[in-house]
Design a protein around this ligand. Structure first.
Ligand code: FAD
Length: 750
């Protein structure tokens, strides 16, 4: 065994790539070589960029084409010729390709060379010093444009690159690393200050240049408080001079002695690409792994000094259980997970377990931080918004999103809490089944199925929780239990209506219904006489057969418009005559200003949401109540509330029917006899409370899922006395310390 002198290790996992000529003469060859590289197990394919070279394909076009023809290999220019490409345009191209390829784009960039050719293409000849400044301005500008966490446009008045109010975005799929092709001191210093990687080519280096370059980069990095390990060291290398073994030893030497962690083999020989991926890469990896193990070097992502500075004091970040995925404020992905649909948040850490065991580990981590807020999140659509927090821990269950049929005959299905209801509807639709959940496909299974679930088929099939036959729960002490009619019946009772009070539900077994095509109606009325309209509407809903479930939305006054009431209704029948028969009485209630009725599927009705990142801001203010009948008094109070303008969104949903078939004490959701659920959203807590009070006098109860108030009395309104005392006894048993305290917590019984 040859001796390796270990001098430097920046701790990055090793990568191997190919440097493929973008030859235009046989345009499909670079594409085929890229596919070969992917098949050979290489991590990366890269292409030189010489826009003045007619023998070459345009690099952006080629990279886009290759991305579409490959599945997993990363793609990068090696290196992009900046003087001929305006950085604001490069930023958009890079982000677009990154999004289209599923986060597979990395950016190698250079300050230019071949100045005659650049000038010939209309570029400007720059001195070496100017070229470095231009590159630095370009990097800053691109990163600004990729940063969509800021709303305002980008303004820079650089010497070489200026934009005035450029719009940000698109946001790339991952934090695109910027690798700089650098040789001279000023470029090396820039790499240390701003680069994510150093990408020289071996043929242009003299002996000792790698060590000198590393030292220059490290010094520049340290001078701006960066950790030198933040900068990956890449190297374009020639093919094997002699035998493969010698090549392996040579590369291992560069890895171990010069800290190189990405090797990119130049040349278009398919045989070399294959050998590089299948023989050289595994062998070099093995040697380096052995060396690292013997020196106790931890290879893994390096958190930048800036990211570390954003950590929240009081959270033991280094104690996050191994293997548990965590996102911190300094991470690129943080912007996508910090907030919920309705509320802006700034947690200190978001943990994303992918198994019940990991949920237990996440909970144990949270328990070691008793003074830090804890939120539990499934789909992030909680109306209280308390599945995020400021400075605390979030256990985010989005990875637990399986939908699995357990028993075809019984229509028994297991749902992960992180699945969204539109995904559930689509999966069940394939079997001709449906489960009534809510009206919005983006809502998560976990929050809704622990609280109630007032959905489009409620009058016919009941609440979502009425279909739950068993749950798996992680309790505050970390134990994972199954609760159903025969096991932990108390927990099973509580899991259907008590929200997050009892534990974290990691799966729901639900028995779903056979549902074919349904009628879907959207009727907009002139509700100028709002109170009379509401009374009439309520009476018609109550009189309608159970196959009709209807929701009504009323908005505050708008200048020059009569008050509009929008009725959305499902009639569970594929028969147009039946659908029209059910709707006709409503159509006669008030002048119709718009109407649409169609036969469609439940899954298509639920496919109404974007389930991408959530960008809620501020605090939501919502008030909920349950109402037996829309009496003239209720209607008058509701009309006044709407007319006051205090609520920008007021909704009445029909419940009753099958919901009321279930006994009040059968689940922790107890408001079975109510025929309607009402919710009002306001912009200010004070105004909505004031406007709500008249209506509240005629209502009772509260549905956890539609309320945001922090007033403790609301708990007593959510749970009638007998329900609350049973719940408090259970809480005392399973969560006496109040680990689950963030969203409508009940006090444990004394
Ligand atoms: C646009 C919109 C439409 C809606 N429509 C309806 C509707 O038609 N019918 C209806 O009934 N509701 C509806 N809701 C309310 C919805 O049911 C609740 O907001 C529900 O809590 C959202 O679930 P989630 O998992 O997306 O929420 P999250 O914000 O992830 O969670 C909300 C709360 O639920 C608890 N929780 C979440 N996951 C779990 C878990 N796995 N175990 C234990 N507790 C957990 C936590 O307390 C958390 O704070 C709607 C909400 C929105 C925003």
């Amino acid at each position: 065994m040859y001796a390796l002198e270990w001098t430097v290790d920046y701790g990055h996992p090793l990568q191997f790539g190919a440097f493929i000529t973008p030859a235009a003469s046989d345009a499909q060859t670079p594409v085929a070589l890229s596919q070969l590289a992917e098949a050979a197990g290489l991590d990366l394919v890269t292409f030189q960029d010489h826009p003045y070279q007619p023998a070459f394909l345009d690099t952006w076009t080629l990279m886009s084409y290759v991305a579409a023809q490959t599945e997993s290999v990363r793609i990068a220019p090696n290196v992009l010729n900046l003087p001929l490409r305006p950085p604001a345009v490069v930023a958009r191209s890079a982000a677009s390709l990154d999004l289209l390829s599923g986060g597979r784009f990395d950016l190698g960039i250079g300050s230019g060379g071949f100045w005659d050719a650049i000038e010939a293409m209309g570029g400007r000849r720059l001195t070496p010093g100017q070229a470095v400044t231009a590159l630095e301005e370009a990097i800053d500008l691109m990163r600004e444009l990729w940063d969509t966490t800021e709303r305002r446009g980008v303004f820079t008045d650089g010497r070489f690159h200026a934009v005035h109010g450029a719009k940000r975005g698109p946001r790339p799929a991952h934090e695109i690393p910027v690798w700089i092709g650098a040789y001279k001191p000023r470029m090396l210093a820039l790499t240390g200050r701003k680069g994510d990687g150093w990408l020289p080519s071996l043929p242009y280096l003299q002996p000792g240049d790698l060590a000198r370059g590393n030292a220059a980069i490290d010094e520049a990095a340290t001078s701006v408080d960066r950790d030198p390990r933040e900068i990956r060291r890449l190297l374009n290398v020639g093919g094997p001079d002699g035998d493969t073994r010698a090549w392996i030893e040579q590369l291992a030497r560069y890895a171990v002695e010069d800290g190189i962690s990405t090797f990119i083999a130049m040349g278009d020989d398919p045989r070399v690409i294959q050998v590089f991926g299948q023989e050289v890469a595994p062998a070099v990896r093995e040697i380096v792994a052995r060396e690292r193990a013997s020196r106790g070097v931890d290879a893994g992502p390096v958190r930048s000094a800036i990211a570390l500075s954003q950590r929240v004091p009081g959270i033991a970040y280094d104690d996050v259980p191994e293997g548990l995925f965590a996102i911190e404020p300094g991470d690129f992905a943080f912007a996508d997970v910090r907030s919920t649909y309705l509320r802006g948040g700034s947690p200190g850490i978001v943990l994303q377990p992918d198994s019940p065991q990991q949920v237990a580990e996440a909970l144990a981590f949270a328990r070691r931080h008793p003074d830090v807020p804890l939120s539990v999140r499934s789909g992030g659509h909680g109306i209280s918004g308390r599945s995020t927090n400021d400075g605390g821990i979030v256990i985010d269950l989005r990875r637990l999103d399986d939908i699995e049929v357990l028993d075809e005959e019984r229509r028994l299905v297991r749902l992960g809490p992180g699945a969204r209801w539109m995904q559930v509807a689509a999966a069940l639709g394939e079997h001709g089944w449906a489960l009534s959940s809510g009206d919005y496909g983006g809502v998560g299974v976990g929050g809704l199925a622990t609280a109630g679930g007032i959905g489009w088929l409620a009058r016919e099939h009941g609440l979502t929780i009425d279909h739950v036959r068993g749950v798996e729960i992680v309790l505050a002490d970390g134990s994972i239990v199954r609760a159903d009619a025969d096991h932990h019946p108390d927990l099973f009772w509580a899991a259907r209506g008590a929200g997050a009070n009892i534990g974290i539900v990691t799966s729901f077994d639900v028995e779903v219904d056979e549902v074919g095509d349904v009628g879907w109606a959207q009727l907009a009325f002139d509700a100028s006489d709002t109170a009379a309209f509401l009374t009439g509407w309520g009476a018609l809903v109550e009189a309608a057969p159970r196959d009709l479930t209807a929701f009504l939305i009323l908005s505050g006054p708008r200048a020059g418009q009569p008050p509009i009431a929008l009725m959305l209704a499902v009639v569970d029948s594929p028969d147009p005559d039946t659908i029209i028969e059910r709707l006709q009485p409503f159509a006669e209630l008030a002048p119709l200003v718009q109407q649409s009725v169609q036969v469609t599927s439940y899954a298509r009705i639920m496919a109404n949401a974007d389930i991408g990142p959530q960008n809620g801001s501020g605090e939501p203010h919502a008030r909920s109540a349950l109402i037996d009948h829309i009496t003239p008094e209720v209607a008058e109070a509701a009309a006044q509330l709407i007319a006051s303008g205090a609520s920008y969104f007021f909704q009445i949903r029909s419940v009753g029917g099958a919901v009321a078939d279930v006994a009040e004490d059968a689940t922790a959701y107890a408001h079975r006899s109510a025929n309607f659920s009402v919710v009002a959203f306001g912009r200010s807590a004070e105004r909505i409370d004031e406007a709500w009070s008249a209506l509240a006098a005629h209502a009772r109860g509260m549905y956890l899922s539609f309320e945001s108030s922090l007033r403790p009395e609301r708990i007593e309104e959510a749970f009638p006395p007998a329900t609350l005392s049973r719940l408090r006894a259970i809480k005392a048993e399973v969560d006496p310390d109040g680990v689950f305290r963030d969203n409508f917590p009940v006090a444990p019984a004394a």
